[in-house]
Write a protein that binds this ligand. Structure first.
Ligand code: DX5
Ligand code: ZN
Length: 219
C-alpha cells in the first residue's frame, strides 16, 4: 500500500487551511508538515499554533516532520496541537530513546528521520521503537530540491534490514520526488511518499496524486 503525503511547505501559506483541504479531497493519504527552526536547518517555518489551527479544518493524518534542535523539548507541544505521527531526526536528539518513549506513551506514532549522509547503523538500537523511518532524499531545509539518487540504494538496504528483523516499519521518503523517480524508490521499498512541489505546483491536484500512485506501482 503506497501512501502519498503532500508537504504543505510548497503550498500557499496565505490560505493554509484551504490548501490542506484541497489535497485531502484530491486523495492525499496524510498531510506532511515541515517544522524548521533555523538552527538544525537553515530555514524557519511553522510551529505548534499553526498545527493546532489546521487540526480544526481536517481529520486527515498529520505527519509532523521535526527539523529542529532539541526535539525532546517540543514533542509534547506538537502532540497537544494534534500531530498523529512525529518524526524526529537522529542527528538532533541527544536522547532519542526517551523522545520515542514520550511519543509512544501519548498513543501517537513514532518515526525517526535520517539525513542523506547519516548511516543506517544509527537506527540499530531504535528500530524496535519506531512505526516509521524517514529517509531524506534531499538535504532538509527547503522544498523543490533535486532528488539524491543514491538514496534508492539506502532505502533498499533499509528494507532488507527491516524484513530481516521481522519488523513492520513504514519507510517514508522525503524530497525531490516526482513522476520520474517515484517508481525507483517504491520498488526499493518505500511506501510513504512525501511530495511537496510536485503536488502543489500541479494544475490538477487530483490528477497528480492519482498519477503518483499509478507510477509508484508500475513505473
Ligand atoms: C525538506 C522537507 C520536505 C520538502 C519536500 O526539508 O522536509 O518535506 O517540503 O518538498 P519537495 O517535494 O518539493 O522536495
Ligand atoms: Zn519533510
Amino acid at each position: 500500500m503506497i501512501r502519498i503525503a503532500p508537504s504543505i511547505l510548497a503550498s500557499d501559506f496565505s490560505k493554509l487551511g484551504e490548501e490542506v483541504k484541497k489535497v485531502v479531497v484530491a486523495g492525499a493519504d496524510m498531510i506532511h508538515i515541515d517544522v524548521m527552526d533555523g538552527h538544525f536547518v537553515p530555514n524557519i517555518t511553522i510551529g505548534p499554533p499553526v498545527v493546532k489551527s489546521l487540526r480544526k479544518v481536517t481529520d486527515a493524518v498529520f505527519d509532523v516532520h521535526l527539523m529542529i534542535e532539541n526535539p525532546d523539548k517540543y514533542v509534547d507541544s506538537f502532540i497537544d496541537a494534534g500531530a498523529d505521527i512525529i518524526s524526529v531526526h537522529v542527528e538532533s536528539d541527544y536522547h532519542l530513546n526517551r523522545t520515542l518513549n514520550r511519543i509512544k506513551k501519548s498513543g501517537k506514532k513514532t518515526a525517526v528521520a535520517l539525513n542523506p549522509s547519516t548511516p543506517l547503523s544509527s537506527l540499530e538500537w531504535v528500530m524496535e521503537d519506531v512505526d516509521m523511518i524517514l529517509i531524506m532524499t534531499v538535504n532538509p531545509g527547503f522544498g523543490g530540491q533535486k532528488f539524491i539518487g543514491s538514496m534508492v540504494e539506502k532505502v533498499r538496504q533499509l528494507k532488507k534490514i527491516i524484513d530481516g528483523r521481522g519488523l513492520k516499519i513504514d519507510i517514508e521518503v522525503d524530497g525531490g520526488i516526482d513522476l520520474s523517480n517515484i517508481y525507483a524508490i517504491t520498488e526499493a521499498g518505500a511506501n510513504v511518499i512525501v511530495a511537496g512541489s510536485t503536488v502543489y505546483n500541479a494544475a490538477d491536484t487530483e490528477q497528480i496524486i492519482r498519477q503518483l500512485k499509478e507510477k509508484a506501482f508500475q513505473g
